[in-house]
Design a protein around this ligand. Sequence first.
Ligand code: GLU
Length: 286
Amino acid sequence: MIITRFAPSPTGQLHLGHAFSAWKAHGFARDHGGRFLLRIEDIDPGRCREAYVDGIVEDLRWLGLAWDGPVRRQSGHLPDYAAALDRLKRAGLVYPCFCTRKSIEMEIAASGHAPHGPDGPPYPGTCRRLPAAERQARLPVEPHAWRLDMAAAAARAGPLAWHDAAAGAVAATPELFGDVVLARKDAPASYHLAVVHDDALQGVTDVVRGEDLFAATHVHRLLQALLGLPTPRYHHHPLIRDAAGRRLAKRDRAATLAELRAGGADPRRILAAFDRTSASGAAMPI
Ligand code: GLU
């Protein structure tokens, strides 16, 4: 049974780019007699808003993209992610990081030759090198994130690959990201950990999502190996663009579904335009 999902983070209103992704995932499931799930990725209490969750449900209903079964809210499952992190702690593959954003920036600037990763310069590894006694002393009293010891994790997992519908077999190169954060100071899990956990738990066979998340899949593949989870097939689709060729972003108010709905747009015409865009690779006429 094919299972796909749409997994938005409720940090803003959905725009046409999100709708395109949801339509793709929905269509893939429907074409294969499978299931299409809706998951709300609301692990970051600082950025997620309940009003945006309501908006997601309203937008998908308006578009006619019905999901199967209950909606999973990540905020209701934080102990699951903590348990996954505990496994990595026991395996000695994560370490506490006491750095602040500012201290990391300063260290990278001072080093003068930071290599660039897919999400910007990788973490310089400061807290990985802390003496064990200092780490133990600071742990109970200082706020900290948890980072993956990437070199150790990649060595433990060995060579890995994953399959992308467009790119074919892809060798995983998570090392490019450096020591990614798996639990934050203010949020008990990161996107990478929660997404991998939930895709496995929900039996997702095919992850259909935008190509902006292609690189993150290297990290996801590694976490699957470390946690003994299955690897879904991936379908990273091109992002839809406006007439000027720019990708749509949350700043483009005109392209939010709420705005389109309020303006009397016809959802069937939007889906028909997706169909044409998808077939031809042309820009979305908005
Ligand atoms: N929650 C992620 C986002 O809104 C997407 C997760 C995914 O599709 O893997 O960017």
